[in-house]
Write a protein that binds this ligand. Sequence first.
Ligand code: NDP
Ligand code: 8X3
Length: 253
Amino acid sequence: MSRTVLITGASSGIGEAMAHAFAKNGDKVVLTGRRLERLEAVKTDLEAKYQVSVYDYPLDVTKKEMVETVCQTILSEVGPIDILVNNAGLALGLDKFQDYAVEDMLTMLDTNIKGLLLVTRQILPQMVERNSGHIINIGSTAGIYAYAGAAVYSATKAAVKVLSDGIRIDTIDKDIKVTTLQPGIVETPFSQIRFHGNKERAEQVYKGVEALQAEDIADVALYVANQPRRVQISDITIMANQQATGFTIHREV
Ligand code: NDP
Ligand code: 8X3
């Protein structure tokens, strides 16, 4: 049966790949993100490839009023959301905590934690009311293993895991699943964003290692979403073959 899947951060990387995976599966997808032109391009691509309805709504998850308005508009224009994928997120910088740009720290908190909880707060009540739904939150191996220069990013992803656990407890008497998906190193525009557009530095992150691809994470998200009613995958960690912890990576140079 076709479901309606709302994805935050669907304009790029893992979110875009998940939009393809769900659309290919026959699900309706609702794409959100800040860059409307990117959302439109993804929508056009999906509509050309798959026979499904695709919607797009510009949304900055850090803006409280915008989150409220856009989520309520989606619920009234598209209808109930069966699967919410909280994927929008970012790392900014890779510096010692004592040297960190404060603005970058706050943007990570606002996007990765505040954004996730604001969107979920808007979408979850209709799942509770309908006694049906699945929330898939994108954490990271960074939330399990802290690493140098990433104290705040790691803390935000640890918070994603704990928020997921708390929401699972609060909805335990409802037919609602909550999953934390924790990817390791995935080759996406993530590192370019982290290094404020420095392409050369971003390329170094993936040098000598066969990094995960966005499609690998999308496959896992679809697997998690396609389990029978009795199965709830609470947490799932996906590492690259040459990765042992967040930053313990064997590189062939
Ligand atoms: P990308 O940079 O390709 O994608 C990030 C997405 O988040 C974009 O679609 C971006 O859209 C969106 N986004 C960022 N800020 C906001 C905001 N304020 N409001 C709404 N959307 C926003 O990176 P990835 O695909 O790699 O990252 C996706 C998720 O996966 C993130 O949560 C990241 O932390 C996590 N992750 C990534 C890993 C990796 O190695 N790449 C590993 C583990 C987890 P737009 O700019 O249009 O708003
Ligand atoms: C993003 C991947 O390796 O920077 O979560 O933690 S990493």
